[in-house]
Design a protein around this ligand. Structure first.
Ligand code: GLC
Length: 684
């Protein structure tokens, strides 16, 4: 259960500290004034908000020069209007969790301050998006996620590469974690030690603001992570907690002995069973356990404490005010803990996410919430909330992603078809983020109930998939590595880049021209299929040039234990220089993708809200997806097998043209080459 090894005897000094910390709940209660106060809205203008974390004024300083008194009044009215629209619900939810009037008043007061300090440009984005709420559901949306250092050294470097981004048709860039973190104990930046400071090697807050505004000028939206489940053990709060300060201890989960941690362990699964087993870490210096669901240096925040919620919301708004368009709420299902439960997806999590949505609708409605819920569909969908009470704007289409790779490994589309039917059956208002690969491993979260009906067992199938993608199965050209192989459950996840998993690494290494051609076709077919899904497709930086696995992480002691770094290599700009040369691998992939991207953004049938369905092809390897929007119809055909096949469809409603090749075709009995694909558009 403990991550730090054996419990050691506690020094008298630590014992003393321990007493202060014995009753974290009490500390919370003491800290929270309970006297009832007038409603927050009434109090808003009385006192300038102090940032409780730093004692300084909250967030970016309101810039008086940007706001004439008249304008201030007008904008105040906008704030008041938004607040009065949402106040009752926000208050209701807040009281449900915290029963604390003065903390609620403080929250509202600070929201107002963040509103005031929001720049004119961002406020204009807010108002225009408020009147065009579906702005992100258009068919021109294409994302790319990248690590700033890997991509271009630092933020200024990224700013200098925006032309490349445009060349890639990307209008949404996810900058992977860039806030202050401790080298070697950072989990790729997901252990934040200061939410208001950019890692020195990457730049400054000013650089971020400048990058965001440069992106906006080019119509590129900026996304960042908000790591809200935990802080780094080097965060100021954690340091104070470690010194035995009860107020700060109450912002985390501290336990003086192993009784309660042991109780939790009975029901809480493990995230990193191999690299960081257990959910608690023993801190010998203070004689306490601290809850650490992820790595031992990532301390779980205690959202039962309204101080934690308020402060984290101030951090959220501070970051939104730097010009973020999309905020990815990292590991959100984990933020509420309750003894005797799995500590995932508890109802209070939804209360918090709904409050976040309301807070951003009031202060910064231009900002979208992207929830990171890497779980089965039944757990993911509730994070959209309801039509009346929405939570996240966007969620990862994670099961579809994993099922896609299952389909590559088996050459059978049956499960994928079923999965797409489930997604297609959801309300069209739900926007999914579609992807083939991201910075994390692939967890085999498939619908094993359905696979079992065909006699496919979970454990043996996971073993097969992992063998396949390591290249151990006959016919597989994939390369990659296992992640967190759990010797107890036999479970393992998988890491590798799209290109390596498609065979590009192997073919390149073996100088196998035919193999390369096949691998490129598979790679492009997967992207063509991904673009056919409803939602926002997001490329993983490097995939646009077919970048392969990077094994150098093994030489870096800070990374060697975490095989996710195999697909987090630096962008190879030398190869990227080949993008216009279609005799190269990079050129073939880049041009192929560009063509698909251009089709996608010029055909309105690709909007998120189009009707989407699957069609039976009577061939186990061919997937067929239909899309219909305002009189236009496109049928996508995707051959997941390495052999030429025929799709036994029979769409007799007219003639079709393949948007990819421009060839006129009938949408009946369509022959498709190995790993081939068509976008058949019905002629008008
Ligand atoms: C998310 C991130 C992952 C990280 C974890 C802990 O799942 O995607 O990379 O390890 O959160 O913050």
């Amino acid at each position: 259960m403990s991550k730090a090894g054996k419990k050691k005897s506690v020094s008298p000094k630590t014992k003393e500290k321990k007493q202060v910390a014995q009753a974290p709940e009490e500390a919370v209660a003491k800290e929270m004034p309970t006297q009832a106060q007038g409603t927050a809205v009434e109090k808003e203008t009385e006192t300038p908000a102090q940032a409780p974390e730093t004692g300084k004024k909250t967030g970016a300083q309101p810039d008086a020069s940007k706001t004439s008194p008249k304008n201030t009044q007008e904008r105040d009215q906008i704030f008041q209007e938004r607040m009065s629209r949402h106040h009752d619900e926000l208050r209701w939810l807040y009281m449900e969790l915290y029963q604390n009037d003065s903390m609620f008043a403080e929250l509202c007061e600070n929201m107002h301050q963040f509103y005031l300090s929001r720049s004119q440009e961002l406020k204009m984005r807010d108002t225009s998006r408020e009147t065009d709420k579906g702005w992100y559901k258009q068919n021109d949306m294409l994302g790319m996620m990248l690590y700033i250092d890997n991509f271009a050294g630092d933020m200024k470097g990224v700013e200098s590469k925006l032309d490349y981004m445009e060349q890639c048709n990307v209008n949404y860039v996810h900058l992977m974690p860039f806030l202050e973190t401790t080298e070697g104990r950072s989990d790729g930046g997901y252990a934040v030690s200061d939410f208001r400071k950019v890692q020195e090697k990457l730049g400054t807050m000013e650089d971020l603001e400048s990058l965001a505004s440069a992106c906006h000028k080019k119509n590129i939206n900026v996304c960042m992570d908000f790591v809200m489940n935990h802080t780094s053990e080097d965060h100021e709060w954690a340091k104070k907690a470690r010194q035995g300060d009860g107020e700060y201890m109450s912002r985390y989960f501290f336990f003086a002995n192993e009784e309660q941690p042991a109780e939790y362990e009975k029901t809480v699964p493990q995230v990193f069973p191999t690299t960081a087993p257990g959910n608690f870490t023993w801190l010998p210096d203070i004689g306490h356990f601290v809850m650490t669901t992820f790595y031992p240096y990532q301390w779980d925040l205690n959202y039962r404490n309204p101080r934690v919620f308020n402060e984290m919301m101030y951090n959220f708004l501070y970051l939104a005010n730097q010009g973020m368009d999309i905020i990815r709420i990292d590991a959100v299902p984990y933020i509420w803990k309750e003894l005797g439960t799995p500590c995932r997806n508890l109802p209070q999590v939804h209360t918090i996410v709904r409050m976040m949505r309301i807070i951003s609708e009031i202060v910064c409605p231009a900002v979208l919430l992207l929830g990171e819920v890497v779980m089965e569909p039944e757990k993911v969908v509730p994070y959209f909330g309801t039509v009346e009470k929405p939570e996240c704007h966007m969620l990862y289409n994670v099961t579809t992603m994993a099922t896609t790779w299952h389909t590559v490994a088996t050459g059978e589309v049956k499960l994928l078809k079923k999965q797409l039917d489930i997604v297609n059956g959801l309300p069209k208002d739900y926007t999914f983020l579609n992807y083939l690969r991201c910075h994390d491993d692939i967890g085999w979260g498939l619908d094993f109930g359905t696979l079992m009906l065909d006699g496919i067992g979970e454990r043996s199938h996971k073993q097969y998939l992992n063998d396949y993608f390591q290249g151990y199965v006959w016919g597989s050209s994939s390369r990659g590595e296992l992640y967190n192989a759990d010797p107890v459950t036999g479970d393992a996840r998988f890491c590798g880049t799209t290109a390596s998993m498609c065979g590009i690494e192997k073919a390149g290494f073996e100088q196998d021209a035919q193999g390369m051609e096949r691998a490129i076709r598979l790679d492009l077919m997967l992207h063509a299929y991904m673009f056919m899904q409803s939602g926002i497709p997001v490329l993983y930086s490097g995939d646009e040039i077919g970048q392969v696995n990077d094994y150098t992480y093994k030489e870096n002691p800070n990374k060697a234990a975490d095989s996710r770094y195999i697909h987090r290599g630096a962008m190879n700009w030398e190869l990227a220089a080949n993008v216009s040369d279609s005799s190269t691998v990079e050129g073939k992939i880049f041009q192929g993708l560009k063509h698909l991207e251009e089709i996608r953004k010029s055909e309105k049938v690709f909007v998120s809200t189009a009707d989407t369905w699957t069609i039976e092809t009577w061939d186990p390897s061919i997937l067929c997806i239909g899309r219909y929007y305002e009189g236009e119809k496109v049928i996508g055909l995707f051959n997941f097998s390495g052999e030429d096949k025929t799709a036994w469809i029979n769409e007799t409603d007219g003639d079709y043209v393949d948007l990819v090749s421009g060839t006129e075709m009938k949408a009946a009995g369509v022959g498709i080459p190995a790993y081939g694909y068509y976008y058949l558009k019905k002629k008008s």
